[in-house]
Design a protein around this ligand. Structure first.
Ligand code: FES
Length: 366
């Protein structure tokens, strides 16, 4: 029996907002800015590599997107997020163009597991792989290792399109020259200028293999692998780590609300993907509710709009607060990297980035 119960929207907002005032806007590249915020009172507590969820109103409708902190709480006096502009992306364009110092933005407190704990006694090799704006959380981790673990070292393999697209280029150069024994930055550019002397072309398995082999042969250091970037780079690196038998506990991967996800979202909203309006059954607290999901909406958006008290937080496919189990039917997720392989294999989905593609979708929120 279907039963659509009514709850006030206020009850749905389980997290209290964190207003942060923009202190500085730094243009990192032609299409990426870093927004630094004044410290709130008390100071913002976060771990390097975590993300903030930005809450904005567009045409009277609250929307959320998550962006990784690029700063380290151990080094940087002010927290900052970096935002790369996506063609047609509502949030990324707004944050690149319309934000200025003095403006206050509502956020959700820092979240995320793409991080590490540090200790001065550790002797570790952090092998960091970043692609494009995936450098953002990696940057916070890199700085934190250098300052907290004098016996640890860092290799950063960083893939960008060309020289002009390298985010934090100068800061990385400075860090490398200040830590010549402990930090090695290797750039891989897919479309560099003729004068580029470093790695060029797509990141291949061979390239990753050489570096991982070297890291794995050093018995003095325990290894931690952190990967953040587009699917191709993540998959290539994960395949190599698998070949070398690197334990899953040593591998940390993070998807961010990626360009692909933002594009998929905007395409769905603009209707360019086509698709049908479908009925979806959501089982919540033991009761079944039938909701209507139009092609421009996710299951979560539709459920909330129809007054269903579904749990959620980041609305960006990262925090897993909206996780549900797909009982029947099929959905397409704009982004699935917030879920582990095990969760995906067990049929879990993230309602905030899922759209039904069959007419028999039933999701159980557990
Ligand atoms: S609300 Fe965070 S993953 Fe869906």
């Amino acid at each position: 029996m279907f039963n659509l119960f009514k709850k006030k929207k206020e009850e749905v907002k389980t997290n209290s907002y964190l207003p942060l005032k923009v202190r500085e806007v730094v243009k990192e590249t032609a299409d990426t800015v870093t927004l630094y915020f004044e410290q709130p009172e008390p100071f913002l507590e976060y771990k390097p590599g975590q993300f903030l969820t930005v809450i904005l109103d567009f045409e009277g409708k609250e929307q959320r997107r998550s962006y990784s902190l690029c700063t380290s709480p151990f080094v940087d006096p002010y927290p900052g997020i970096s935002v790369k502009r996506v063609d047609g992306g509502l949030f990324s364009n707004f944050l690149n163009e319309k934000i200025f110092p003095g403006k206050t933005i509502n956020m959700l407190p820092p979240m995320g597991h793409f991080t590490a704990d540090f200790h001065s006694k550790n002797q570790r090799h952090f092998f960091l792989v970043a692609g494009g704006s995936g450098i953002t959380p990696i940057m916070g981790i890199l700085k934190s290792v250098l300052v907290n673990e004098p016996k640890s070292k860092v290799t950063l393999l960083y893939c960008s399109r060309n020289e002009a697209q390298i985010i934090f280029k100068k800061e990385l150069e400075k860090l490398e020259s200040a830590n010549p024994e402990r930090l090695q930055v290797i750039h891989n550019l897919s479309q560099p200028t003729d004068s580029w002397t470093g790695l060029r072309g797509r990141l291949t398995k061979d390239r990753v293999q050489v570096l991982v082999q070297k890291a794995e042969s050093e018995s003095d250091f325990s290894k931690e692998y952190f990967i953040c970037g587009p699917d191709g780079i993540m998959d290539t690196t994960l395949e190599v780590l698998d070949q070398f038998g690197v334990s899953k506990d040593q591998i940390h991967r993070e998807s961010f609300y990626s360009a692909a996800a933002e594009k998929a979202h905007e395409a769905a909203v603009s209707g360019s993907l086509g698709g049908l309006t479908r009925e979806v059954t959501v089982e919540l607290e033991g009761e079944e509710h039938l909701i209507t999901v139009s092609p421009d909406k996710t299951i979560l958006e539709s459920g909330l709009a129809q007054d269903l008290n579904m749990p959620y937080s980041c609305q960006s496919g990262l925090c897993t607060a909206c996780r549900g189990k797909l009982i029947t039917g099929e959905v397409k997720m704009d982004e699935d990297a917030g879920l582990s392989e095990k969760e995906i294999a067990a049929g879990y989905i993230l309602c905030c980035v899922s759209r039904p593609i069959t007419s028999d979708v039933k999701v159980r929120i557990e």
